[in-house]
Design a protein. Structure first.
Length: 235
């Protein structure tokens, strides 16, 4: 019987607000290219997988600035190509667009998905421990408090506190310790297969992939859900 549910943050419980596609499309338009937020949204998701894969190989936050910039230029190039803009041979322009997008992101906040609070209420009714596991380095307590999650979260584990990032086992093991449960008694819900699912399995925790944007149709070795409401089929 499961006694605890751990959640990832981005694309699992929350998204950036204002939406990234609005800020990214603004940055691109400032360089003379006519694109809409609607065009950029699917391109962002496609390019995100590049960063997810790179982060799974070795955490981006621990890489040299040069290495980070190389990945981010590839990311932006891929994103642009997916909205019909090929700047493969114009690395400096791509880097400038990415830098401008970063500037626009500097004051970005978060918004919860509509299914988050109702699902957490039901988990509370089942007397399950609820934890947040994130690779974000910011202080998540005021963020969660502002979004009204205080009544539901028992604890938060960040990569900074654990001294490791997902998919490394240490961050999951710290969550188990805080929850006071064995690995066989916990479920971890996240949106990145190589970070969340592989990481959870490495710590002996049952993974569930929340695939809101249908990015992992090929997954067969763990449950895949489209909304958090479906989680109760696996608890």
């Amino acid at each position: 019987m499961f006694k605890a549910v751990f959640f990832d943050w981005f694309n699992t419980l929350a998204v950036y607000y204002p939406p990234r596609e609005e800020l990214q499309s603004q940055a691109i338009r400032e360089f003379g290219f006519n694109v809409s937020a609607e065009q950029v949204k699917p391109a962002l998701l496609y390019a995100d997988k590049l960063v997810f894969d790179e982060n799974a190989k070795y955490p981006m936050r621990l890489r040299s600035k040069e290495d980070q910039n190389e990945v981010y230029v590839r990311y932006e190039t891929l994103l642009l190509r997916n909205v019909g803009i090929d700047l493969t041979d114009e690395v400096s322009t791509v880097a400038k667009i990415f830098k401008r997008a970063e500037e626009l992101y500097s004051n970005i906040g978060f918004a919860l998905y509509d299914d988050v609070v109702p699902v957490m209420k039901k988990l509370r009714e089942k007397d399950l421990k609820i934890g947040l596991i994130t690779n974000l380095e910011i202080d998540m307590k005021p963020v969660c408090s502002k979004l009204g999650l205080d009544p539901y979260l028992d604890f938060i584990v960040t990569s900074g506190e654990a001294g490791s990032d997902k998919p490394q086992p240490e961050i999951f093991l710290l969550a188990l310790k805080k929850a006071g449960v064995e690995s066989s008694e916990a479920i971890h819900v996240g949106d990145q297969y190589k970070i969340d699912a592989v990481g959870a399995m490495g710590a002996g925790i049952k993974p569930v992939i929340i695939d809101r944007y249908d990015m992992y149709p090929e997954i067969t070795d763990c449950p895949r859900i489209k909304t958090l409401d479906e989680l109760f089929s696996y608890i």
